[in-house]
Write a protein that binds this ligand. Structure first.
Ligand code: NDP
Length: 288
């Protein structure tokens, strides 16, 4: 039997609808419009596309969008003073600095300057610490979206074996923390993990956040497992044009898995929807 296709576009649409309603309520009850500031340093084409989408969707759900573009040579001092100004601006409830930053800027240093109460990306160490100690933190948007996708097909995560491939601060580690908080038994795999296919075959929930096109094949996957594919990889197709694929060989793994996210149309759309949800939450906390 073919796996259930978990539709990230559809779930993201529902989340955006709920956020739009929440924005209307907040305006009506407190006269406050949530505001998201997005800071882009440099001209990385992929980052420009991500930022354009974020700005468009922020405005579409009735929030204010503050878009700051700085040139690639921006100094640490200028970037940090912009962040401090945004921290002090009451109209800004969420701050996102688009990563990666140019090499001369230390992203950790920049993230630590963001007020944790406005850190809607959930990357500040205070929010990371909260996540690992089950506190009320802002959770990084991609893993948050993955958890919602997972819960849409399996509400009972407790006791399941979960394997997360990838240990980045943006995806792998927070994903593992979220699954642990749901009482899954979690293993984090990475490039030094031995016999990864055998480890993956033990997973009831398999999350791939690696960045290697179609690495995970059907014989890595336990029959009936839920597979969440975070990877976004551009590969060349026959006519020389590009196409996006995940870390999972979707067609192959669909023959074995119980449910699977596609790429595109899986965790990708959920990432921005969760960013909007985090921004609304930041605005609600600011008025409470
Ligand atoms: P990173 O490059 O930061 O991390 C990749 C991880 O994969 C590392 O932990 C690395 O291990 C591990 N890895 C690399 N090769 C192997 C291998 N052969 N076997 C096992 N593990 C391996 O990437 P990100 O976490 O930032 O992103 C991962 C993927 O997700 C990318 O394709 C990215 O584009 C995509 N992404 C998608 C998002 C979305 O919105 N859907 C958002 C963010 C990312 P080690 O630590 O040992 O080097």
């Amino acid at each position: 039997m073919m796996a259930v296709r978990i539709d990230g576009k559809e779930l993201a649409k529902q989340v955006r609808k709920e956020v739009s309603e929440g924005v209307k309520c907040l305006k009506a009850s407190h006269g406050v419009t949530p505001g998201l500031a997005v800071v882009l340093v440099g001209e990385d084409p992929a980052s420009q596309v991500y930022v354009r989408n974020k700005v468009k969707q922020t405005e579409a759900c009735g929030m204010n969008s503050f878009h700051h573009v700085m040139d690639a040579g921006t100094s640490r001092k200028s970037l940090l003073s912009l962040i401090k100004a945004l921290n002090n601006n009451p109209a800004v409830h969420g701050i996102l600095v688009q990563l990666p930053l140019p090499a001369h800027l230390d992203s950790r240093d920049v993230i630590q300057t963001i007020d944790p109460a406005k850190d809607v990306d959930g990357f500040h160490s205070s929010n990371v610490g909260d996540l690992w100690t089950s506190g009320k933190s802002f959770v990084p948007c991609t893993p948050l979206g993955c958890l919602a996708l997972l819960k849409s097909v399996e509400p009972n995560i407790a006791g399941k074996n979960a394997v997360v491939i990838g240990r980045s601060n943006i995806v792998g580690r927070p994903m593992a923390a979220l699954l642990l908080n749901e009482s899954a038994t979690v293993t984090i795999a990475h490039s030094k993990t031995k016999d990864l296919p055998a480890l993956c075959r033990q997973a009831d929930i398999l999350v791939a956040a690696v960045g290697r096109p179609r690495m995970i094949k059907a014989d890595w996957v336990k029959p009936g497992a839920i597979v969440l594919d975070v990877g976004i990889n551009r590969v060349e197709i026959a006519d020389g044009r590009g196409r996006l694929v995940g870390d999972v060989d979707f067609e192959d793994v669909s023959t074995v898995a119980g449910a699977i996210t596609p790429v595109p149309g899986g965790p990708g759309p959920m990432t921005i929807a969760c960013l909007l949800a985090n921004t609304l939450e930041a605005a609600k906390r600011a008025v409470s």
